[in-house]
Design a protein. Structure first.
Length: 135
């Protein structure tokens, strides 16, 4: 069995990619820790998720986020709307959830980031429906 020889640059690139994946997993773990506490309010979850969500993106320092749930908006301190945006919407019972992520400069969003945002909204929907009905 032969092993492919990689250049130093290729190895560095692989290490950087792995570090980014670890960072995203750590951030996801932090969001899970926020939502798993049954006593934490929806307001508290959303407010405390903002900076964690930023860390899941390729350029966290260039991210600006706002989340609107049931006509209440939560935003990062650096919140600015720009043309470089991804968003997702969910209807949770009769309440609307909208998550918007903006880049402050023209940067591409990765497909994995778009998928993450959609999946995060699905998780919020499941947790918030439970909280609104049962708690």
């Amino acid at each position: 069995m032969q092993y492919e020889e990689k250049t130093r640059e290729e190895l560095i690139e692989e290490i950087l990619n792995l570090k980014k994946k670890v960072k995203r997993l750590e951030s996801l773990s932090k969001v899970i820790n926020l939502i798993k506490n049954p006593n934490r309010s929806i307001r508290n979850i959303l407010r405390n998720s903002l900076d964690i969500i930023k860390q899941m993106f390729q350029y966290p320092d260039l991210c600006s986020i706002n989340i609107t749930f049931n006509k209440t908006t939560y935003s990062t301190k650096n919140y600015i709307e720009t043309p470089w945006k991804i968003s997702t919407n969910k209807l949770i019972l009769d309440k609307s959830l909208e998550i918007n992520v903006y880049y402050l400069e023209k940067k591409p969003f990765l497909e994995i980031e778009k998928k993450f945002l959609t999946e995060l909204a699905e998780v919020y929907k499941a947790i918030f429906e439970f909280k609104l009905i049962w708690i």
